[in-house]
Design a protein around this ligand. Structure first.
Ligand SMILES: Nc1ncnc2c1ncn2[C@@H]1O[C@H](COP(=O)(O)OS(=O)(=O)O)[C@@H](OP(=O)(O)O)[C@H]1O
Ligand SMILES: Nc1ncnc2c1ncn2[C@@H]1O[C@H](COP(=O)(O)OP(=O)(O)O)[C@@H](O)[C@H]1O
Length: 473
């Protein structure tokens, strides 16, 4: 089964968008790409497009490639399997099995078909990572006019809701030069930014681009880099080439940070900045904070007060905030979602990461998730933060009640059992707790009463813009 990034590679290979590649690279090509930035035959290529597999799969002559839902998408003729440092790789050409079913498939003809449509003269590609607004549209129109170029907009389908970026860019269609082409491309991001940019340039070239608009420092690649020309907003709120507007008639625009702030607050984007149709899509892509989901993860020793605070926070938010609240508390989770898991380090990791997965789903759909596991390991808390941050807000609250106080409370008699050796691997006694150094809030319930502690969490959520003020009776 392919992960999302591998699935993207397969789709681009099938589309011919990774031309000259027709499949996953063998050992010789992969080494040449890594060491020399080209394939073994000398053709420039920036990124090793490889497919790691298990030893058993690596031995097969043909490999059926399946998507995340286990549906077959392609067959790989495994001509040159290889291994390196204990990892096995399949290598060889891929061919589609049946109709490819990738997201927004119908908007994406093959690279050969796109080349046929746009070819003949200069083709100016743009790879927007954000919706196009008046300023960028004016830049593209200006470049297309001065170079007599066809415009090819390749919308990179990355991030949590790529289809919304595609919609937002499509909404800009009427403001692009006539007969511009807009295509969604499922090009996953690579870890190295320079190689990532170069790979994007190769994909643009495969679709027929001769030039690529980019802010980055030009480097030798398959298409000629073009800097976006300076355009300014004039006194009548039109965006025009800077050379045509004398400085006294220029008005300021909006920087990226200012746009994000307006969107976070849910304030409208000004009419001189964008069109109503693009603004609507931009708002769907980036809803106000108060309409997005968020997760609060309480972490701390057994008896620190996590469940007590989580329940009180749930009650407070359920009363005053519009979002549905899901409480993912230790005991219930361990009886249901994580039934069968124990308290070994591996099982605790599984427990916390499953909680994180569910919290991220709740968050993705605009709800509030409140989690209260011990979550003793930094690595797992980081994983939860990453999963949730991709789709909404995340707040880590360290309930820092000292061990002595937790042990004094010992509501369930577990500390006593742990001290006498009847309960092994008990957090704080015979299993470790890694104190968070990155908590958004630290609460010690030995000196702070319950309501004051919850008020602290609510104040933080307000300060960050996730909830609106209300008056507590
Ligand atoms: N060995 C050991 N160590 C720690 N805790 C133990 C252990 N065995 C059982 N319990 C009870 O299980 C509760 C902790 O479960 P969690 O799911 O929160 O733990 S973890 O995040 O997976 O580490 C914890 O509940 P809380 O007191 O609510 O934290 C304990 O009551
Ligand atoms: N300020 C406080 N905040 C939270 N709990 C407190 C506080 N003071 C005393 N307690 C008591 O401490 C115990 C904490 O237990 P619990 O909330 O189950 O902790 P955890 O979920 O971290 O194991 C409860 O009996 C609670 O009544």
């Amino acid at each position: 089964m392919l992960d999302n990034a591998e699935m993207s590679d397969v789709e681009l290979l099938l589309d011919g968008a990774f031309g000259p590649l027709r499949g996953f690279l063998g050992a010789e090509d992969a080494t040449a790409v890594r060491t020399r930035g080209c394939l073994a035959d000398g053709a420039p290529w920036p990124e090793p497009v490889t497919l790691p597999v298990c030893a058993e799969t690596a031995a097969a002559e043909e490999i059926e490639l399946r998507d995340g839902e286990d549906a077959p998408v392609a067959v790989l003729r495994n001509e040159a399997p290889w291994s390196e440092n204990g990892c096995h790789y399949a290598a060889g050409p891929v061919r589609a099995t049946g109709e490819p079913a990738g997201a927004l498939r119908r908007l994406r003809p093959s690279a050969a078909e796109v080349r046929r449509r746009v070819g003949g003269g200069p083709v100016l590609a743009v790879l927007p990572a954000e919706p196009l607004h008046h300023r960028e549209l004016a830049q593209i129109r200006e470049l297309a006019r001065t170079r007599g170029a066809h415009v090819l907009v390749l919308v990179r389908m990355t991030g949590p809701r790529p289809e919304l970026l595609v919609q937002a860019v499509l909404a800009a269609g009427p403001h692009l030069p006539e007969s511009s082409t807009i295509l969604p491309v499922p090009l996953a991001r690579r870890s190295d930014p320079a190689r990532d940019a170069l790979l994007a340039a190769h994909v643009a070239a495969a679709y027929g681009a001769t030039h690529l608009i980019t802010d980055e420092t030009p480097r030798p690649g398959p298409v000629a880099p073009v800097e976006p020309p300076p355009v300014v907003r004039d006194a009548e709120d039109r965006w025009r080439p800077a050379a045509e507007v004398p400085p006294p008639r220029r008005r300021p625009g909006l920087g990226g940070e200012q746009v994000r702030e307006l969107l976070d607050r849910g304030d409208p984007l000004p009419a001189w900045f964008t069109t109503p149709a693009i603004a609507e899509q931009q708002r769907r892509l980036h809803p106000p904070l108060r309409e997005r989901g968020f997760t609060v993860l309480f972490t701390g020793l057994s008896g620190a007060g996590k469940s007590t605070l989580a329940r009180a926070l749930r009650d407070e938010l359920s009363r005053h905030d519009h979002r549905a609240v899901t409480l993912l508390d230790g005991d219930v989770v361990r009886r249901t979602l994580c039934a069968g898991l124990g308290f070994s380090a591996e099982d605790r990791s599984r427990n916390v990461q499953r909680i994180g997965y569910v919290a991220a789903e709740v968050t993705r759909h605009g709800g509030t998730a409140i989690c209260a596991p011990i979550a003793p390991y930094r690595h797992d808390r980081d994983a939860v933060r990453r999963m949730v941050r991709e789709v909404g807000g995340f707040v880590l609250v360290y309930v820092a009640t000292p061990l002595s106080e937790c042990e004094r409370r010992d509501r369930k008699g577990l500390y006593r059992a742990a001290r006498t050796g009847r309960l092994p691997e008990f957090t704080g006694i015979s299993a470790s707790y890694e104190v968070p150094e990155d908590a958004d809030l630290v609460l010690d319930t030995s000196v702070l009463d319950r309501d004051a502690a919850v008020a602290g969490v609510v104040a933080l959520l307000r300060e960050r813009g996730w909830v609106r003020p209300w008056t507590s009776e």
